[in-house]
Design a protein around this ligand. Structure first.
Ligand code: GTP
Ligand code: MG
Length: 216
């Protein structure tokens, strides 16, 4: 599949109704600065669709994007950002809890970790939370351009151990050079197609998109 259309829908401090809600959603989570917004921009081939920053903590709100008119990609605020105060952390926790527990549209979560580092306690907590909730996810190892190809599998080992996944399930990604973009798009296509069949909620837009998906 290809992303032919991407538009910003809305930003929310608290998850609630928004225009067009009801389509399947894929959410992006991970530590602050791991590259969530960059990944969204690279996927959509739009430099400024999601705001990125070298300073962690850029995305403080839930940002919703509509892709191909068929599904929503949700950019969630990063966790583990040391500089936020206790109140802000609590607000983050409540917002995330509310997001993950209150809606039926969420089909899959992209869990981003930096390929150069071992997952943090927060990454492991998020991983456990998703497993307990039974929410399907994929681990995406970002910033793959920062290490050599040869070093990738070595770096993936501790990530896989901590997050209980197999190396071949992890997608190595780079917002810088586009590594892993095709693989990620394919994973997203599978997820949307499978879940649509599973629960019979395939919308007209998604069905249309599924019909045309293999054509490019
Ligand atoms: P928050 O919104 O703070 O949660 O961060 P985020 O996860 O959205 O990170 P963002 O996409 O803003 O990227 C953070 C920094 O990392 C920016 O300076 C990006 O340019 C850089 N970055 C992100 N992805 C990559 C990548 O794949 N390769 C390289 N080299 N830099 C990256
Ligand atoms: Mg961001």
């Amino acid at each position: 599949m290809e992303i032919n259309q991407a538009e910003f829908i809305t930003s929310m401090a608290e998850y609630g109704p928004f225009e067009g809600k009801g389509l399947p959603q894929i959410a992006v989570v991970g530590r602050s600065n791991v590259g969530k917004s960059t990944l969204i921009n690279r996927l959509c081939r739009r430099n400024k669709l999601a705001r990125t920053s070298a300073t962690p903590g850029k995305t403080r709100l839930i940002n919703i994007f509509l892709l191909n008119g068929a599904f929503h990609l949700v950019d969630l605020p990063g966790y583990g950002f040391a500089k936020v105060d206790k109140r802000e952390k609590e607000r983050w926790g409540q917002m995330m809890q509310h997001y993950f527990t209150s809606q039926a549209e969420l089909r899959h979560v992209l869990c981003l970790v930096d390929i150069r580092h071992e997952p943090t306690a927060d990454d492991i907590t998020m991983n456990r939370f998703l497993r307990e909730m039974g929410i399907p996810f994929s681990v995406i190892a970002t910033k793959a351009d920062k290490i050599s190809r040869g070093a990738r599998s070595k770096n993936l080992a501790p990530i896989c151990r901590a997050l209980l996944v197999q190396p071949w399930e992890v997608i190595c990604f780079s917002g810088e050079d586009g590594t892993g973009r095709e693989e990620l798009l394919q994973r997203m296509e599978e997820v949307l197609r499978e879940t649509a069949k599973d629960d019979g909620t395939e919308t007209e837009a998604a069905a249309e998109w599924n019909r045309t998906a293999g054509e490019e």
